[in-house]
Design a binder for this molecule. Structure first.
Ligand code: TNX
Length: 516
C-alpha cells in the first residue's frame, strides 16, 4: 500500500455493511446521524429522488426524506470535478454530505449512505464516517442469459437495481443461443417470429421488442448502467436455423455432443425443430456463405442502432460445430462488422487465437482462476492486438454454479459448487500472467440460466456471490487494503441482511456468512 495508510481497522463499526469496500473509510466518533420521521434533504433532484426511495424501503416507510423538512439533514452535491464515478461522504451527528464527482459518483455515494443506515434503540441512524471512494475498474458487469430461459422486462429491471446497488455499471444480456432468439431485429423479423417461442425443458419462450429493449436500456442508464447486448455467433445458433435454415449447418452430432446431451438427460437437437435441451457446441452458421455475412451485418447494424452503449458482444464461445479455420476467419469478420458500426467488439476468449481480429477487440475470459488448456494464451491474444480483457473466471464468478452440493439450482462443471469464499478469494491482477492492470477492462459475473426459471431463482444464485464479484471489480486489489479480506467481507455482507431484505432480494442465507 502506498500513500496514506487507511486508518480503518477491522473493528471499526462504520465499515459495518459497506460492500464493495471503499478506498478509504475513517470511522467517526459518536452515535452518528439520527434520521427523523421527516429528514431534510437538499441538492441534485435526480439524486434526491433515488435517495428518497431507498430510505423509504430501508426504513419500512418510517423515514421520509423531504426537501420541505427543516433541521439537520442530507446534502447531495455534484462537484463536476474529480475522477469518474468517485465520491466523498461525510456523516456526523450534525448532518450528511455526499459529494459526487459526477452523477454516477453521487449515485454510488448514495448507495454507500444507504448501507450505513442502522436500526438502533432510538430509531434509524446513519453511522458516523468519512469515506473517500473511487472504482478500480471502469467495467463492472453482471450478465443475464435470457436465451436458455426468457425473463420478462420487469425481472431484468430488478436485476439492474440489484447490481447498481453494488456499484456495478454494465448489464450484459446474452440475447441468443441454441434455445431461442430473444431480441427483435427490425430488418430480420423472422428471427423472433419463428425462433423465440420455446425455452429449455418445454418452458415458455419470449423475446424483447425493440421498445422493451429501449425500456431496459433507459432504466439501466438512469442507474448509471450500460447495456452490452450479445448475439452469440457462430455456434449457439440452432435457433437461427428455424428462421434462416439456409445459413445454418445441420447439428454436428459428435460423440462428445451425444455424451453431453445424455449427461443432461436431454434429447438430441434436430435441424428445423426448436431445441429444448442443454447441450452446446453442436450448431454453426455456414461460414464463407455471402448470405451469412449479410445476415450478420443486418443483425449487428440494427442492434448497434438500438444500443447507445459502446460495446457489442458477438459471442465466439464453444463453436465445436465449426471448423477451426472457418472459426478464425468468421470471428475476425464479425469483429470488423461490429467495428464498422462504431461499436467496440467483444468476444469470449476463444476468439483471441484468431489472427485478423479487429485491433482493440475486447476479450472476455471465462477460464479458471488458475488457467487451464491454453485459455490464458487465447486471452493474451486480445491484449497483443491492443484490446483489453473482461475477467469472468468461471470457478469464482459464474453465478450459475451451485452454491452447495445439495442445491437443486445450478450447474457444477466449473470445479464443483462455488462457495461464497471461493467467489471472493481471487485477485483480478493475478489470474493471467503477462496481463498488466491497464490491460484489464474489468470484471463481470455471468448468470447462465439453464436451470433458472424465475426472479426468485435469479436472486438465490446471485446473492450473496454477486457482491464478491462487485468487490473484485470496484475495490482496491487484495493486499492493498486492510479490509480486502474474506473475514472482513463476510462480516460486512452479514450486516447487509436488513437492507437486502428490505429491498425484497430473495438471497440465500449461506452458512458461511454471519447474518445479523
Ligand atoms: C459455458 S462460458 C458457456 C455457456 C453455458 C455455461 C454454463 C461460455 C462462454 N459458455 O454456454 O451456459 O457454460 O455454465
Amino acid at each position: 500500500m502506498t500513500g496514506t495508510p487507511p486508518r480503518e481497522t477491522a473493528a471499526a463499526p462504520a465499515s459495518a455493511g459497506v460492500v464493495p469496500v471503499p478506498r478509504e473509510l475513517v470511522a467517526g466518533e459518536g452515535p452518528g446521524f439520527g434520521l427523523r420521521a421527516r429528514t431534510a434533504v437538499s441538492g441534485d433532484q435526480a439524486a434526491v429522488s433515488i435517495l428518497t426511495n431507498l430510505v423509504a424501503a430501508r426504513t419500512h416507510g418510517q423515514v421520509a426524506i423531504d426537501s420541505a423538512a427543516t433541521g439537520p439533514g442530507i446534502s447531495l452535491v455534484r462537484a463536476e470535478t474529480g475522477s469518474p464515478e468517485s465520491y466523498r461522504l461525510v456523516a456526523s451527528a450534525d448532518g450528511i454530505e455526499v459529494t459526487g464527482a459526477d452523477a454516477a459518483g453521487l449515485f454510488y455515494g448514495i448507495q454507500t449512505l444507504v448501507q450505513l443506515i442502522e436500526s438502533a434503540a432510538a430509531g434509524w441512524r446513519i453511522l458516523a464516517a468519512t469515506i473517500t471512494d473511487a472504482p478500480r475498474f471502469s467495467y463492472r458487469g453482471v450478465m443475464l442469459d435470457v436465451a436458455r430461459h426468457f425473463f420478462p422486462v420487469d425481472t431484468v429491471l430488478g436485476v439492474i437495481d440489484r447490481a447498481a446497488q453494488l456499484k456495478l455499471n454494465h448489464l450484459h444480456l446474452h440475447l441468443t443461443d441454441d434455445q431461442g432468439w430473444r431480441i427483435e431485429i427490425p430488418s430480420r423479423p423472422e428471427l423472433t417470429r419463428l425462433a423465440s417461442g420455446t425455452a429449455i425443458d418445454g418452458d415458455p419462450g419470449g423475446f424483447y421488442t425493440a421498445e422493451d429493449y429501449a425500456r431496459i436500456v433507459a432504466y439501466a442508464a438512469a442507474r448509471h448502467m450500460t447495456v452490452v447486448p450479445e448475439i452469440d455467433l457462430p455456434g449457439h445458433t440452432h435457433a437461427v436455423g428455424l428462421a434462416y435454415p439456409q445459413i445454418v449447418h445441420p447439428p454436428v452430432l459428435s460423440e462428445h455432443i451425444r455424451e453431453v446431451v445424455e449427461s443432461y438427460g436431454s434429447t438430441l437437437p434436430v435441424a428445423g425443430e426448436p431445441y429444448e435441451g442443454l447441450a452446446v457446441g453442436f450448431s454453426s452458421l455456414r461460414i464463407g456463405d455471402p448470405a451469412t455475412e449479410t445476415f450478420v451485418t443486418d443483425v449487428v447494424t440494427d442492434l448497434a442502432a438500438m444500443t447507445p452503449g459502446p460495446y457489442l458482444h458477438v459471442g465466439g464461445d464453444e463453436a465445436l460445430g465449426t471448423d477451426p479455420g472457418d472459426y478464425a476467419a468468421f470471428v475476425a469478420l464479425a469483429s470488423r462488422i461490429v467495428a464498422a458500426t462504431g461499436k467496440a467488439p467483444v468476444l469470449w476468449h476463444e476468439a483471441g487465437a484468431a489472427r485478423d481480429l479487429h485491433p482493440g477487440t475486447v476479450g472476455q475470459y471465462w477460464g479458471f482462476v488458475a488457467p487451464t488448456d491454453g485459455m490464458d494464451e487465447k486471452a493474451r491474444g486480445f491484449v497483443a492486438r491492443g484490446g483489453r480483457l473482461i475477467l469472468s473466471p468461471a470457478d469464482a464468478v459464474y453465478l450459475d454454479m451451485k452454491d452447495s452440493e445439495d442445491s437443486a439450482l445450478g450447474l457444477v462443471w466449473a470445479g464443483g459448487p462455488t462457495s461464497v469464499e471461493r467467489a471472493y478469494a481471487w485477485e483480478p491482477g493475478a489470474v493471467l500472467d503477462g496481463v498488466a492492470e491497464p490491460d484489464i477492462l474489468g470484471v463481470e459475473a455471468p448468470l447462465w440460466t439453464e436451470t433458472v426459471r424465475s426472479a426468485d431463482e435469479i436472486d438465490t444464485l446471485m446473492f450473496p456471490r454477486l457482491a464478491a464479484a462487485a468487490e473484485a471489480a470496484w475495490s482496491p486489489a487484495t493486499g492493498a487494503h486492510p479490509l480486502r479480506t474474506w473475514e472482513s467481507f463476510r462480516s460486512r455482507i452479514g450486516a447487509l441482511d436488513g437492507l437486502w431484505s428490505a429491498l425484497g432480494i430473495r438471497f440465500r442465507r449461506s452458512a458461511e456468512i454471519p447474518w445479523s
